[in-house]
Design a protein around this ligand. Structure first.
Ligand code: ADP
Ligand code: MG
Length: 132
């Protein structure tokens, strides 16, 4: 008996116009495995991650997560998370306000001093206290 893979690619190809970014990949990642995709720049690693995350759709083939075909499932309904290569920082906010952004959206609302305290703790955690 073989366990259902956490992630499976079946014949996945992704084309952007005339560029084939990923060509006919078959891959099964077993449950709880720690996996790295290695390869030269432009070989299709990010495109594979974006298809797992649901930010791109395969041109051919299918991506399965825990046995479920993810076709048509949007990123926010997939049981995965992605840390983007290019960070989506707000250019009009300083470092502390970028960190605090999510805390400011929290409901029920957090007190301003709580937000400032927690943003400061996050900076200290990565040894950037004082760079807010
Ligand atoms: N949005 C896009 N539009 C057109 N071509 C793209 C796009 N994204 C990636 N590509 C092309 O697809 C190929 C694979 O890119 P990518 O997945 O970013 O590679 P890697 O992450 O391994 O460096 C490259 O030739 C790249 O130029
Ligand atoms: Mg990349």
């Amino acid at each position: 008996m073989t366990a259902v893979p956490d992630i499976e690619f079946r014949g996945v190809t992704k084309r952007y116009g005339s560029v084939t970014a990923v060509s006919g990949i078959d891959l099964a990642i077993p449950p709880s495995a720690f996996v790295a995709l290695l390869g030269p720049s432009g070989c299709g690693k990010t495109t594979c991650l974006r298809m797992i995350g649901g930010f791109e759709q395969p041109s051919e083939g299918a991506v399965f997560i825990r046995g479920r075909d993810m076709a048509g499932t949007p990123p926010y309904r997939r049981p995965v998370n992605m840390v983007f290569q290019q960070y989506a920082l707000f250019p009009h906010l300083d470092v502390e306000d970028n960190i605090a952004y999510g805390l400011r959206q929290a409901r029920p609302r957090l007190a301003p001093r709580e937000i400032s305290l927690r943003a400061g703790e996050a900076l200290a955690m990565v040894r950037l206290a004082g760079y807010g």
